[in-house]
Design a protein around this ligand. Structure first.
Ligand SMILES: Cc1cc2nc3c(=O)[nH]c(=O)nc-3n(C[C@H](O)[C@H](O)[C@H](O)COP(=O)(O)OP(=O)(O)OC[C@H]3O[C@@H](n4cnc5c(N)ncnc54)[C@H](O)[C@@H]3O)c2cc1C
Length: 494
């Protein structure tokens, strides 16, 4: 942490322990961050804490697609698809156009049952809200597909999920939320049977926070918190593990692709920060959510599935830049996890704690509003108008300032990550001579981003920076020496 970052953290922790809050939001993934933002905007005094990093769990391990959810077409849930498409459009045009960008998706299927959804009639909801566009793909990007493969094209969007979460936390803090990451809730306190606070433990020690209501937005940890509220509670969720691999991008892709194989498996490839993201698996998971990592078998499975449509010299174990795993939160049930509903889960416990999880990153705004509507009446905001304000960085970047200082590729990189706030990074050159140098010669991330992450984005560990605030990890550039250099910058304020 920098001197400024350390001061901000110290002040936040001190305020969390001293002040009494209307609402404590536990979990700073995309859902918790949005709950905090909407609640602060509605006038509540809000605290937001995360045991790890903001966006450090599921909300940086998604498939990065902001999409309508074609799988719902199969079960004719057109209303859900329409709602998700509406969200996609709002995020891409108004709320976070710098972080949610239109991307065509080519759909291929070898499976007869799916093929009709690739017809004009099946894609009607998409036609209604999204425009269909002919993508331009690099010649030879894909292998010839097996005979009988049908294809369709839809317009979706791609995001940087980790940075979208950070931008939402930033907006929440600007609206009045007091936020701290790397602080875990280890116990809940009650007054007259109702939840009235929590014990928090972080690197700096433990303390108690007082509040009138709690939203449990801990994603895969939902049941752990429910047990803190009531040790007799039965599990409300089951988990499904999804793994992604990152491969180098060759040529320029202007579309993602999603393939349904004859055996029913689904696999997709998404161009992302100069790489190709290949996903995903969908298998039941019963271990500790904090220990979820890709296994060699899962990586081999994805490479084999991807080899059906990507060139063989790309889809090789030795070309994998990085891999990661996340956990979907699903309703309990006996059906295979792939067939389980992807709708979010919401419940109110005996002590009044609102627990919310699951759903999609795409629909995190309506999910957050649902959670706030379930708050105890004495805390619930009277009127909840969904906040349509643009997130920090949503205004267009000052291209001239960026281009006059940086090469075109680096300027574009900063604009993609920081949008209208990209220009702020140039200011670090005045204090740090190396600020505009690359952290690693093979990637566009600059040292200014590391200083900015420490000062303005709550970065505490080197991993916070490499995985969620820059593209170093996804590009496979987070070598030991790079992490040590970043840790040295973060240590300046301690
Ligand atoms: C493999 C996969 C692919 C996906 N792809 C897509 C996609 O392409 N598009 C899409 O729209 N959606 C996708 N999703 C869904 C999307 O990622 C999730 O819906 C969303 O990220 C859930 O966010 P969340 O805030 O509920 O949970 P999380 O992001 O998991 O946040 C929960 C937070 O709670 C914190 N926490 C836990 N315990 C405590 C505690 N005791 N004290 C304090 N904090 C605590 C954790 O540290 C964590 O940061 C995908 C999900 C998976 C798993």
């Amino acid at each position: 942490m920098s001197v400024r970052g350390a001061e901000i953290r110290e002040r936040s922790l001190e305020t969390l322990g001293r002040r009494s809050f209307d609402l404590l939001v536990i979990g700073g993934g995309i859902v918790g961050a949005r709950v905090a933002l909407e609640a602060s905007r509605a006038g509540l005094r809000v605290a937001l804490v995360d045991a790890g990093d903001f966006g450090g769990a599921t909300s940086s391990a998604s498939g990065k697609l902001v999409h309508g959810g074609l799988r719902y077409l199969r079960t004719r849930r057109f209303r859900l698809v329409r709602a998700a498409l509406r969200e996609r459009s709002l995020l891409a045009t108004r709320i976070a156009p710098h972080l949610v960008r239109p991307l065509p998706v080519l759909l291929y299927t070898e499976e007869a049952a799916w093929s009709r959804y690739l017809t004009a009639a099946g894609l009607l909801p998409y036609r209604a809200l999204g425009c269909l566009r002919r993508p331009r793909l690099a010649a030879g990007a894909f292998r010839a597909l097996p005979a009988g493969t049908r294809c369709g094209l839809v317009q979706e969007a791609v995001t940087d999920d980790g940075r979208l979460t950070l931008a939402t936390v930033k907006a929440a803090v600007r609206a009045g939320t007091v936020a701290a990451n790397h602080v875990r809730v280890t116990a809940l306190s009650k007054h007259r049977g109702k939840v009235s606070g929590a014990v928090l433990e972080g690197r700096e020690g433990s303390f108690e926070l007082h509040c009138r209501a709690v939203v449990n937005a801990t994603g895969p940890w939902l049941d752990y918190l429910r047990l803190l509220e009531d040790p007799r509670r039965q599990p409300a969720v089951r988990l499904s593990k999804g793994v992604h691999l990152v491969l180098p991008l060759e040529g320029e892709w202007r579309a993602a692709m999603a393939l349904t194989l004859r055996d029913g498996r689904h696999v997709y490839a998404v161009p992302w920060h100069g790489t190709v993201l290949v996903g995903t698996t969908d298998t039941s998971y019963e271990g500790d959510p904090g220990s979820v990592v890709p296994t060699p078998t899962e990586e081999a499975y994805l490479l084999e599935a991807a080899s059906r449509f990507l060139p063989n010299d790309l889809v090789r174990r030795d070309r994998v830049l990085c891999s990661f795993a996340g956990l979907r939160v699903l309703r309990p049930g006996h059906e295979p996890t792939f067939d389980a509903s992807r709708e979010h889960l919401l419940s109110v416990g005996p002590a009044g704690m609102v627990s919310v999880a699951g759903g999609k990153l795409t629909t995190h705004r309506p999910i957050a509003l649902d959670a706030l509507r379930a708050l105890p009446s004495e805390v619930r905001p009277r009127r909840l108008h969904p906040c349509l304000d643009p997130l920090p960085g949503a205004s267009p970047p000052d291209e001239r300032a960026l281009r006059s200082t940086l090469d075109a590729a680096t300027a574009r990189h900063l604009a993609e990550l920081y949008g209208g706030e990209a220009g702020d990074l140039l200011g670090y050159a005045a204090s740090f001579p190396e600020a505009l140098d690359r952290v690693h010669p093979a990637g566009p991330d600059l040292w200014a981003q590391i200083h900015h992450a420490a000062d303005e984005e709550w970065a505490v560990t080197a991993e916070d920076v490499t995985r969620r605030r820059t593209t170093l990890a996804v590009r496979g550039l987070d070598a030991e020496s790079v992490r040590e250099g970043i840790a040295a910058v973060l240590a300046e304020g301690r």
